[in-house]
Design a protein around this ligand. Structure first.
Ligand code: NAP
Ligand code: ZN
Length: 366
């Protein structure tokens, strides 16, 4: 069994301010990578700036990362990093800015084309990365993955390297306090899919499964509030951020499976948010595994607080809202793309193209 987690995880209110000295240990000039708005409005960028100022570390801000970032935006951030001569990259935001920060850290020290990047064949060590998550979903603050929209293959491509695992992750749930309800729901569904897929992965270990169930239980206790859209206070936000972190620790060990593989096309072609795509597919994914892996699937459901798939699907329908429609042609083409994803082999039961078509078809049935 292998378990690798090189990230120092610091959780708590004002944790950036109280641990500013950690930045000095990592670099002398920083690039701060964010999305367009939220890092400013939720206070995270201000707290990072102040901590850097206190330690006399000059910083330049790159605030142009869009959701599901393209490689072009990560290259622009890397160009800025080189121009200014930074030796530290700090990502603030949801998974999109965190992943763009990781890729910028690679490209700042490696002048390589996209194919070399996605084959993870970079010769120089990336710059060190610090992560400040402001959504509770991706767990990117503790993973070796960075997911980029890749127009050439019309899907997501991953950079995977232990060297892009953040050195430090600062988790202050106050930054997530004003997350809009749809983003809160979608990102919680992403965290749940990570914990669930990690538990139901061929690569699961005793340690990863233990953590996965802790995450699933924590999410299960709070999903009813997300369904109602009420009572999501700071305490709940802390729990969601914690569950998302644990789920990130899980996929850092196990990777994801066919559920994520199916979701990529829904995001690329139908513009369905990453977590919501997984949420729409989750019930039928469990149904697919149930006959051969009843005990494990039932453990997931019971840990979530459900006695069967039907009740869980009703919750997912409420969280995911009205579904888009998929044509038969889309179902066929999305299945073909999903079959090429590198996380497919980790699925407990190897799916055929027909299995994937069936899951997509039944998930989008009104
Ligand atoms: P996101 O794309 O990072 O952000 C979604 C939206 O939420 C943006 O409009 C963002 O606004 C806003 N937002 C973020 N934090 C906020 C806050 N505290 N308050 C208010 N609004 C806020 O969404 P995400 O679901 O977190 O990340 C999705 C990406 O992560 C996808 O590309 C996915 O493939 C990737 N992912 C990566 C991993 C990994 O291990 N690396 C795992 C799973 C998913 P701004 O743009 O203004 O910031
Ligand atoms: Zn995900």
């Amino acid at each position: 069994m292998t378990f690798y987690l090189p990230t120092k995880i610091i959780i708590g209110r004002n944790c950036i301010r109280e641990n500013a000295s950690l930045f000095s240990a990592l670099g002398t000039r920083a690039l701060v990578v964010t999305g367009k708005r939220s890092a400013k409005s939720n206070g995270a960028e201000r707290d990072v700036r102040r901590a850097l100022e206190e330690r006399s570390i000059p910083a330049v801000i790159f605030d142009r990362v869009e959701s599901n970032p393209s490689i072009t935006v990560a290259r622009a951030a890397a160009d800025l990093a080189r121009e200014v001569g930074v030796d530290l990259v700090i990502g603030i935001g949801g998974g999109s800015p965190l992943d763009a920060a990781k890729v910028a850290a690679v490209l700042a020290t490696n002048g390589i084309d996209d194919d070399t990047l996605f084959s993870n064949a970079f010769a120089q060590k990336p710059l060190p990365v610090v992560a400040v998550p402001t959504t509770a979903g991706t767990g990117s603050e503790v993973t070796q993955y960075a997911m980029m929209t890749n127009d050439r293959i019309r899907s997501k491509s991953f950079v995977i390297s232990d060297d892009i695992m953040p050195r430090v992750a600062f988790l202050d749930a106050a930054y997530t306090e004003n997350l809009p309800l749809p983003v809160t729901r979608n990102t919680a569904l992403d965290a749940l899919s990570h914990a669930m897929e990690g538990y139901l992965s061929k690569r699961a270990t005793a340690m990863s499964s233990f953590i996965a169930l802790e995450s699933i239980g924590c999410l299960g206790r709070h999903l009813p509030l997300l369904r109602q859209g009420a009572g999501i206070d700071l305490n709940v936000r802390e729990q969601l951020l914690y569950a998302s972190l644990l789920a990130g620790v899980v996929i850092a060990q196990t990777g994801t499976t066919v559920l994520h593989a199916m979701g990529y096309s829904l995001t690329y072609f139908k513009k369905i948010e990453h977590g919501r795509a997984n949420g729409i597919l989750m019930g039928d994914y469990l149904q697919y595994l149930l006959p051969e892996h009843r005990e494990k699937v039932m453990t997931v459901l019971k840990t979530l607080g459900f006695s069967g798939i039907a009740d869980f699907k009703a919750l997912l329908n409420d969280l995911a809202g009205e579904k888009e429609t998929l044509t038969e042609e889309e179902i066929r083409s999305f299945s073909t793309i999903a079959m090429t994803a590198r996380n497919i082999p980790f699925t407990l039961k190897s799916p055929s193209r027909t299995d994937i078509e069936d899951m997509l078809r039944s998930s989008f049935r009104p």
